[in-house]
Design a protein around this ligand. Structure first.
Ligand code: ADP
Ligand code: ADP
Length: 226
């Protein structure tokens, strides 16, 4: 079955619902992209999945079990969230990587940096992992990949990325897309974007509008039916 499922979820912030009766299954592997204009409910969907927000009605399921029956820590330990504004803390690359999981092992750090293809880059820095993240020798795109490495330190089942490539140049965008493709072979990756062009290679595209799912399928499928 799917790793995540939304069943008739309605949710919001007290006024008009931001999501209206949304049902969606996220497969265990592959890249699911949620697209739609600003205000469509994409971020609210991620917030629900991360359990920052509770549904007014309907249910969310992780591995077929309702969130309501799962301890918060169980849900959160299996999900990783990369925010749109890369949350960088002052300090070194190592401190940033270990920020959420201070007890991660060297091996976990090595693997995560390999996944985002930063091992060579960091090895080439004079101070390696002890380089300040604010150093001019670390680019904006590299900082973003460090945030992604931090998110995957503990091999989550689902990685959620909010507008991962909204503010990056073309080269960084393609590096992040490569990371997404690799991660999607091993687990579920859910991305949110407002431009369809940035998610053309996703396995499934979910089109949202005014809090509802308007269509979903592969890019080819969506072109054929639209
Ligand atoms: P998207 O990510 O697609 O731009 P959002 O999920 O951010 O859409 O927003 C969906 C709707 O919920 C919008 O009408 C937005 O104004 C509203 N909304 C989002 N966050 C909040 C919040 N914290 N408080 C009140 N309303 C919100
Ligand atoms: P962890 O992943 O170890 O729980 P986080 O820093 O991600 O640590 O979250 C700590 C707390 O902050 C959680 O209770 C979470 O609900 C809340 N939180 C984190 N990010 C957001 C966000 N973008 N919106 C709302 N709450 C958040």
């Amino acid at each position: 079955g799917p790793v995540l499922e939304l069943r008739g979820v309605t949710a919001g912030y007290g006024g008009d619902p931001a999501l209206r009766d949304v049902s969606l299954k996220i497969p265990r592997r592959g890249h699911t992209a949620i697209v739609g204009p600003s205000g469509a409910g994409k971020t609210t969907m991620l917030s629900l999945i991360m359990r920052f927000v509770r549904p007014e009605s309907g249910a969310l399921l992780l591995d077929g079990r309702e969130y309501a029956d799962l301890p918060y820590a169980d849900v959160r330990s299996r999900l990783a969230y990369v925010e749109q504004e890369t949350p960088i803390v002052p300090g070194t690359i190592r401190e940033n990587l270990l920020f959420t999981h201070p007890d991660a092992t060297e091996e976990e750090v090595r693997r995560a940096l390999g996944e985002v293809r930063l091992s060579d880059k960091i090895a080439a820095l004079d101070d390696g992992l002890d380089t300040p993240l604010s150093s001019t020798s670390v680019s904006g795109g590299e900082r973003q990949r460090i945030a992604l490495a931090r998110a995957i330190l503990r091999t989550p089942d689902v990685v959620l990325l909010d507008e991962a490539t909204a503010q990056v140049d073309g080269r960084t965008e393609s590096a992040i897309h490569d990371c997404i493709r690799r991660l999607a072979r091993e687990g579920a990756v859910v991305t949110v974007a407002h431009r369809l062009s940035t998610v053309i290679d996703a396995d499934t595209i979910v089109v949202m509008e005014e809090g509802r799912v308007r269509a979903s399928g592969s890019h080819e499928h969506l072109l054929a039916t639209d």
